[in-house]
Design a binder for this molecule. Structure first.
Ligand code: FE2
Ligand code: FE2
Length: 403
């Protein structure tokens, strides 16, 4: 199975992973043969990539750390929590940060915490944790997200990435659970900012931008002081836009650039907590790698470099080191191109990631530099240090990260 850009998909190809619609109805089931009209529908719905299964790539197994069933359950849970909260907003009229916080406390919070949707999410989290905890490496590609449900699908993928990292760091169960809840709901504060502002195509006014930058506060106010979920769950949304160098928002907290697994908070006041720092790396990684309506997903090798470059300034340096040790630069199933030597310009896919040398995967070359199919050729880059590769799809004007 490989991930293919929709403009290179042709009728007759087989769908590798089930594709879901806006309401999580099945659009195309895994194993279905594509027709032109199916491809047109997918294009119309804004899908830029999909997973394809074919004879030449059936030996490429892309592992998802969670099963379809659990992924779907978590995504739906998050969607329902958002919907329930949105429905209670009819009464919110405030347009200033202070007014919104007042409203959250007087009208929304109580119902939110008592809602069936919220309780379902908490109840189901154990199934999610159970599946994730058997994974050590983020070897495969992330999910294909639909345009309308991006927020919920991105929240699930960010949680998956966070938890694999948290597990590597041996965080205790309580912190891991709180991290999952916090990451699931990291952007819930955006609900309180009007769509008019969130989707404004023109330049935002200073006040509008200020209000958007308060979405972490709104999320925190909604979740805090709840014995069911714990303090960390509320601090993940609160701190997910903070940076190590203090240039983030809303509070401009600073990080220590060190791993500290024991303490919940740093003793020094005004410092970031590590669980939120984990969530931040996962959030940015997934946001960058995912397709968005305004740009295709940034290739994994570039995102890898972006996170590496952000270490120390944006992200906790020591955490980035661990993150990059479990995140392959070229995940299984990615389309790659050879950059040098006699096969320069030939393309193919990553067959599998070598756990001990994750920067040197096993690849399968399938097309020459003129895009003609050739007899597939497998090369294990572990044993051939001369060959350099890059992911296909590099383009110069990425609008890099937006959440
Ligand atoms: Fe955010
Ligand atoms: Fe996000």
């Amino acid at each position: 199975m490989i991930k293919k850009r929709i403009d290179t998909v042709t009728p007759g190809m087989i769908v590798g992973r089930t594709i879901y619609g806006d309401n999580y109805e099945i659009l195309l089931k895994k194993g279905v043969k594509l027709t032109q009209s199916y491809i047109d529908i997918l294009k119309k719905r804004g899908f830029l990539n999909l997973f394809i299964e074919d004879k030449n790539t059936e030996d490429i197994v892309i592992e998802d750390p969670i099963s379809d069933k659990i992924r779907m359950m978590a995504t739906k849970d998050i969607l329902r929590v958002y919907e329930t909260t949105r429905n209670s907003l009819v009464t919110i009229e405030a347009e200033t940060g202070e007014g919104i916080i007042k409203c959250i406390h007087s009208k929304i919070k109580k119902n939110f915490l008592a809602s069936h949707a919220f309780h379902q999410l908490i109840k189901h989290i154990y199934h999610f944790l159970e599946e994730i905890m058997s994974h050590d490496l983020l070897s495969g590609l992330n999910s294909i997200k639909s345009v309308d449900n991006y927020t919920y699908e991105h929240s699930v993928d960010s949680a998956v990435i966070s938890l694999v990292l948290a597990k590597k760091l041996c965080l205790d169960d309580s912190k891991i659970k709180q991290l999952a809840i916090g990451e699931f709901l990291h952007d819930i504060g955006k609900i309180f900012v009007s769509e008019k502002i969130l989707n404004k195509p023109d330049k935002l006014t200073a006040e509008e931008y200020d209000l958007i930058k308060q979405h972490p506060v709104f999320g925190y106010e909604l979740l805090r002081d709840n014995d069911n979920i714990g303090l960390i769950s509320a601090h993940v949304p609160y701190q997910h836009h903070e940076r190590q160098d203090g240039k983030g928002y809303p509070r401009g907290l600073k990080g220590t650039n060190k791993i500290n697994t024991n303490k919940l908070t740093y003793e020094e006041h005004g410092k970031l907590i590590m669980v939120a720092e984990i969530a931040t790396i996962a959030d940015v990684y997934d946001a960058c790698i995912s397709d968005r309506p305004f740009r295709p997903g940034i290739p994994p090798d570039l995102v890898y470099e972006l996170i590496k470059k952000g270490a120390g300034k944006h992200f906790n340096r020591e955490l980035v080191d661990v993150f990059l040790s479990i995140t392959p630069k070229y995940p299984t199933g990615s389309e790659i191109r050879i950059k040098n030597g006699i096969y320069k310009g030939f393309t193919g896919y990553v067959m599998s990631v070598n756990e001990d040398t994750i920067l040197r995967p096993k690849i399968k070359i399938m097309y020459d530099r003129n895009e003609n199919a050739i007899k597939p050729m497998e090369i294990d880059l572990r044993y051939d240090n001369r060959i350099e590769i890059e992911c296909v799809g590099h383009c110069k004007d990425y609008n890099l990260w937006t959440d």
